[in-house]
Each structure stands twice: as C-alpha cells, then as structure tokens.
Write a protein that binds this ligand. Structure first.
Ligand SMILES: O=C(O)CCC(=O)C(=O)O
Length: 445
C-alpha cells in the first residue's frame, strides 16, 4: 500500500471494502442486475440529469447486444449483490473508462477504480480483463467523488467496430524515462494495406469512420470554421492553396484530435508504423466552398531530403492523415498523388500541371487517407455544388518538434484534457499532445 497523506483515501477505501467485496472482470455482461444498479441503486440514481439518463439508457441497451468486442465488464459484488459496475474499452491498446456506477457507500468508487489489491491483474496491455487502474472513467457516478468535468466525456461514447484479429504490435521502450515501457498498438491496416503504404507512400484503408463519430467530428469542425470565417466567401488564400484553413483546431476543440486519433484508432495505426511514441505535429482544417474552383498546387507536407543524402542520418518519416468529411471526387476535387514520389529528393513544380504518373483518388465521406508527408500531392478544384471539408493530422515520432504555420493558444477545454491525461498518467496521450516524453529534467536519449 502506498504511504503518505495523498494515499490516505485509498488506504481507507481498501480497509473498508477489501474484506467484503469481490472483484470480477468479464469480456461480456454477466446479467446480475446491472440495469437495476444503473437506474435505481447507484449513488446518483435519484438525480441524473436528462443527458445522463439518455446515456444510461444507451448503456443498458448495449448490454443486450451481441457485440462486446474489445469491451471489458467489471463487477464488484458483496455477498453476491452487485455494488459497483464499470465498462472499459480497449480500442487503442489503452483501457478507456466508458462507464462506472457504484452504490452510495463512502470510498466505494475509490476502491473500485484503484488498481487493487496488488494480486489483481496489473493493467497490462493485452486481451485479459483488467481493472480500471488509475484511468479516469468517463462517468463516475458516486456521490462521494467530485463530478467529472464534461471534458472527460470527449472520446466517443462507443468504440468503433473493429474486426477480430486486427494486427497488434507490442513495443517495449528501452528507456527508463517512461512510466509505461510496454505499449501494445493495434493497427486498422491489413498487412497488405500496410505494405502499400510503405511502398507507394499512400493508402486508403478499408476501415472508415463510423457515421456517429463522423457527425460529432463534423459538428466540432463546423464550429471552428464558423468562428474563423464568418462569411463563406472569406478565404485564407486565393491562390496556390485556395480555400479556408483553420490551423490547429484541436487546440480549441480537442475532440477534433481525439475522435479520429483515439476513438477511431488512427493514433495506434500510426504508432504501428512509426513506433509507439508519436506526437501530433499539427492539425489543419481545409474547406473549399461550392463553385469556387478552389484547389491546391502540387506540394509535399514535409521536405527532409538533401542531395547528397547524409551518410548517417535518414530523415524520420512524417505521416499525414487526411480525414474527409465530404466526398472528394471529380466534381468536388479528388486527391491527386504521385505514388512513390516520397523517395524523390526534388520537389514538384508549384502548379496544377498533369504528371504522367499521377493518380486521382476519389474519397467518400468518412474515408481516411494515410500519406507519407513527403509524397507529391494536391487537392483537386471544387467545381461542385457542395462544400468539401478535410481535416489533416500530421504525426511524427516524439523526437521531432511540433510545427504549424500559425501557433495558437490552447483553449480551456484542451487544457482540461491535458490535466486529465496527467492525472491518470496517460503517457501515450500526453506524448501525442506534445506534453510527454521530452522532459529535459529526466530524459535520457
Ligand atoms: O484538399 C486536399 O485533398 C489536399 C489538401 C492539401 O494537401 C493541403 O491543404 O496541404
């Protein structure tokens, strides 16, 4: 048991509850009174607000579903009576708390949440059921704990549907600087897609963002675009990169990064390619309006090559994830790429000329493109009657600095996500947001 004043509540919780309670974790619901606990017996059952009631209804309905892929159901019982219940999901290799309800007993939720007793399975990464550890659950419904701030609800309310057998890689970080040396990452790419990405520098995965997540992401993006461009006619640039750009919108609304990276699983997919410690270098929203003909010239997002190449240093790969909220096609403007061009040290002409080896990629809403940031590409012109919205997220290893054209100050919502990540020691998320792994006081690289 940890000593010190800070852990007094935890010691009290263990002293009170360990002798009487049994903890069990299962990959599917047990059906031992979860709904009754949630709706009638939990500490806050008498004062749920309408939002919570709706969420609770969704949780209880999901218990009857046949699909419990990547979910773990956690139970605390006392003399066979259910006293606390939680659901976690492991969609990115990290257990996320999705739900927690506990009876109104002092320190019961504290006991349930804590990773105790020591004999319980440690929060190892893998398929086995796990305790919640110190992960902050999405909804802690215990009158004895402070209510979580809404920012804690940011990741998706339900995990994306992934097929069984998605490839995982367990990396071990050989550096005493990290608190989590073992990192298991799951990729949404099939081995064939991953090979395509490595060879051609671009791939459109079969997996796409589910509609509910896409709607949420679209709302968050529309708010940022409306705040930056009061009139649809306003533009960041008229030429070369014509259209509306919002830089680092995730620093205003963190859902813009968390939905695609965490909930949909792009961060883990990129970790499987770049190694486990990645940072979001920047994010950008690009909007082209109907009938504007706005498109971009050929360019690359990252220019690491030199002539001659250095004998020792090979430039680290940067990956641009392009997330299309609207169709990119002949009318709205396809994505044009030159496969394999990421190996070329010269840069494309800044025109919209046609190259013999160019390929037009047509994309449906919710599809994503993973692209080596050194690949030659351009966005086709929008001659359609529709708005075309695109979110790009540039990811690299943490050993590269963040970069954006216009650094922006983080919002309170973004700061809260960081605080929450710090309080639950979510090292992969802190790294992703540029706040981990590079502490000059302790780093030994
Ligand atoms: O609009 C597109 O499809 C690509 C945009 C792009 O490459 C950029 O804005 O840098």
């Amino acid at each position: 048991m940890p000593g010190g004043r800070k852990y007094k509540p935890l010691r009290e919780a263990v002293f009170m509850h360990a002798p009487h309670h049994r903890y069990t974790a299962r990959p599917a619901p047990l059906g031992i009174g979860e709904s009754t606990l949630i709706h009638a017996e939990a500490a806050r059952a008498s004062d749920y607000d309408p939002h919570e009631r709706g969420f609770n209804d969704a949780v209880t309905a999901s218990l009857d579903s046949h699909d419990h892929d990547r979910l773990t159901y956690h139970y605390l019982t006392r003399h066979d009576r259910l006293t606390a219940f939680a659901i976690t999901a492991d969609i990115t290799g990290i257990a996320h708390g999705y739900y927690l309800a506990a009876r109104s007993e002092p320190r019961l939720a504290t006991y349930f949440v804590a990773d105790l007793p020591p004999a319980a399975p440690r929060r190892r990464l893998g398929a086995e059921p796990r305790r919640l550890g110190n992960q902050l659950p999405v909804r802690v419904q215990d009158a004895h704990l402070p209510r979580p701030h809404p920012a804690a609800h940011l990741p998706a309310a339900k995990p994306r549907v992934r097929g069984h057998g998605m490839p995982t890689t367990t990396f071990v970080i050989h550096n005493a600087d990290v608190t989590r040396p073992d990192r298991t990452c799951t990729t949404m790419l099939t081995p064939h897609e991953e090979d395509t990405f490595v060879r051609r520098g671009v791939v459109v995965p079969d997996n796409r963002i589910p509609d509910d997540l896409l709607d949420l992401l679209g709302e968050a993006i529309d708010e940022q675009v409306a705040a930056h461009f009061p009139s649809p006619g306003d533009k960041t640039y008229d030429k070369e990169f014509a259209g509306q750009y919002v830089r680092d919108p995730h620093k205003q609304d963190p859902r813009i990064a968390l939905i695609p990276l965490q909930s949909f699983g792009l961060a883990d997919t990129v970790r499987c390619l770049l190694g486990p410690r990645i940072v979001l270098r920047n994010s950008n929203v690009r909007v082209t309006r109907p009938r504007t003909g706005d498109g971009t010239v050929w360019h690359t997002d990252y220019r690491p090559h030199t002539s001659p190449p250095s004998r020792l240093v090979s430039a680290p790969t940067v990956i641009t994830c392009l997330i299309y909220l609207d169709a990119a096609n002949e009318r709205t403007g396809p994505l044009l790429v030159v496969p394999g061009s990421h190996h070329r040290h010269d840069q494309p002409s800044t025109t919209d000329d046609t190259f013999d080896d160019q390929v037009a990629i047509r994309i449906e809403p919710g599809q994503v493109v993973l692209m080596n940031a050194a690949l030659w590409h351009r966005g086709g012109a929008n001659h359609s009657e529709q708005t075309r919205r695109l979110l790009t997220l540039q990811l690299s290893s943490i050993f590269m600095p963040e970069f954006n054209f216009e650094p922006s100050l983080p919002s309170a919502a973004y700061q809260r996500v960081l605080e929450q990540a710090r309080s639950r020691e979510d090292e992969p998320l802190l790294e992703l947001l540029g706040h981990g792994g590079l502490n000059p006081l302790s780093a030994r690289y």
